[in-house]
Design a protein around this ligand. Structure first.
Ligand code: ZN
Ligand code: ZN
Length: 451
């Protein structure tokens, strides 16, 4: 087999992997880099000759994994698109929303190539879609050759999958973004338990191990008591959250806390538009989905965020504001909301997910109380008087869990992706230490490996 990492950098970036195995050519994921704009956000699609792909297999609907899909399809007319049957509609919702955001960015930042695709090319995907039920292998034959492809639940977000390719006696596995613990909304990953020859695994959390005694459940507990304290002291809480996955988890956690009387029933919850749209879809799909469920009652007391957010002007209505984006990226509702509430001592900003190094979320977490925080594009500098805290409610597995899972499959070769160099090196050292015969590779961007 031949493997090429199409991400442009060694980071989380824009996921894209090219797998050539037997007579099949498969693209796994085609994301957009969240830190770049325009064509430079795409993975190295120039490494794939036009009209050569058989399949594009999508692991999940976060834009760093699927945001460039319509662009890849433009030159690959006979490629089928595979996505997990659970939540397949999410792909379309995320792409349509991304197109809208690109239109705005074209105006705001003068990115001439935006939007990268139109609605018609999103709709075109439907004609080529192969929704994959979990655990059922599909066999495909061409030119006297055949390949088996199986999707496995990966936890992480509804519809997220790990993918196993079986060609002759060779098994190749892509973890995608993976999380083993179950939340109230979503079941944890259920990957295959057979031996695997080559594993391409994510390393998002490779830089840190989870502190002793800290679990997802204990972090939920600490989050609920911290929110309850701020509300009873008359403040508002801002929870910057990814619209897909995290926002619905937080809505569920708040619902449960209200049910148990931990947070007053009357506390209003405000959420971002796309997050509400996705929550509604989760609820609709719950009947048919095998890995997630979202009850209509979770949305009681949840309202859409309305009205203008003014820097330095605290929200009139006290409550819990669950707004995108999770990393508080410039110009997003959570970024604007932080500028509105941070000067007021009774308020709080609680981060609940992963934040890249140079993002406003990471910048704010590194400050002390009373420090200044500059919202440069808003021409506003405020004092950080409110509480700031971080809760580890991430939907990526701990590094030890991924390591144990990987070693238990007895792989001949492990390819480390989707993480910083430091993260990948931790995995590399551990694997070499514990399974010295395993070949461990940190691929150079766009390097082609014959394995
Ligand atoms: Zn993801
Ligand atoms: Zn990812």
């Amino acid at each position: 087999m031949v493997y090429t990492d199409l991400n442009t950098e060694i980071d989380i970036g824009s996921s894209g992997h090219l797998l050539e195995i037997g007579s099949f050519k498969i693209l796994i994921d085609c994301g957009l880099h969240p830190k770049y704009m325009g064509l430079s956000a795409l993975p190295r699609l120039d490494k794939i000759l036009p009209e050569t792909l058989d399949f594009i297999t999508v692991t999940h609907s976060h834009l760093d994994h699927c945001g460039g899909l319509p662009v890849a399809l433009r030159t690959q007319h006979s490629a089928h698109v595979m996505v997990a049957q659970d939540g397949s509609e999410l792909l379309f919702r995320m792409l349509r929303n991304s197109r809208k955001v690109m239109e705005k960015q074209r105006e705001e930042f003068g990115v001439r190539e935006y939007p990268l695709f139109d609605n018609a090319s999103i709709d075109d995907i439907r004609g080529r879609l192969l929704p994959m039920p979990f655990f059922h292998q599909r066999q495909f034959a061409a030119d006297g050759d055949s390949i088996g492809i199986t999707y496995f639940p990966a936890g992480h977000i509804p519809g997220a999958a790990s993918i196993l390719f079986e060609h002759k006696h060779q098994k190749v596995f892509f973890s995608g973004d993976i999380s083993f613990h179950s939340t109230g909304v979503l079941r944890g990953a259920e990957p295959p338990d057979c031996d695997i020859d080559t594993m391409v695994i994510e390393t998002t959390r490779g830089e840190h191990s989870r502190p002793e005694g800290v679990t997802y459940e204990s972090e939920v507990e600490r989050f609920v008591s911290s929110v309850a304290r701020v509300i009873s002291d008359g403040g508002s809480v801002l929870v910057p959250s990814f619209a897909l996955g995290r926002m619905q988890d937080i809505i569920y956690i708040i619902y449960k806390a209200k049910q148990k009387g931990r947070i007053p029933m009357s506390t209003p919850v405000f959420a971002g538009g796309l997050g509400l749209d996705i929550a509604e879809y989760f609820e609709k799909m719950s009947k048919h989905a095998s890995t997630f469920s979202f009850g209509k009652q979770y949305m009681e007391g949840v309202k859409p965020m309305r009205g203008e957010i003014v820097p330095g002007k605290d929200f009139e209505e006290k409550g819990i504001y669950v707004l995108g984006s999770g990393m508080m990226v410039e110009k997003t509702p959570s970024y604007l909301a932080a500028a509105a509430i941070m000067e007021e001592r009774s308020n709080a900003i609680f981060f609940v997910g992963y934040a890249d190094k140079d993002t406003p979320a990471a910048r704010m977490c590194s400050l002390s109380n009373g420090d200044h925080f500059a919202f440069r594009d808003l021409a506003y500098v405020g004092s950080l008087n409110c509480k700031v805290d971080k809760f580890d409610l991430t939907s990526h597995a701990d590094r030890e869990q991924i390591l144990d899972f990987t070693l238990a499959r007895n792989p001949r070769c492990v390819i480390l992706t989707h993480g910083s160099m430091e993260s990948r090196e931790w995995f590399m050292d551990e694997i070499i230490d514990r399974a010295p015969k395993t070949q461990v590779i940190i691929p150079e961007p766009s390097q082609t490996l014959e394995l």
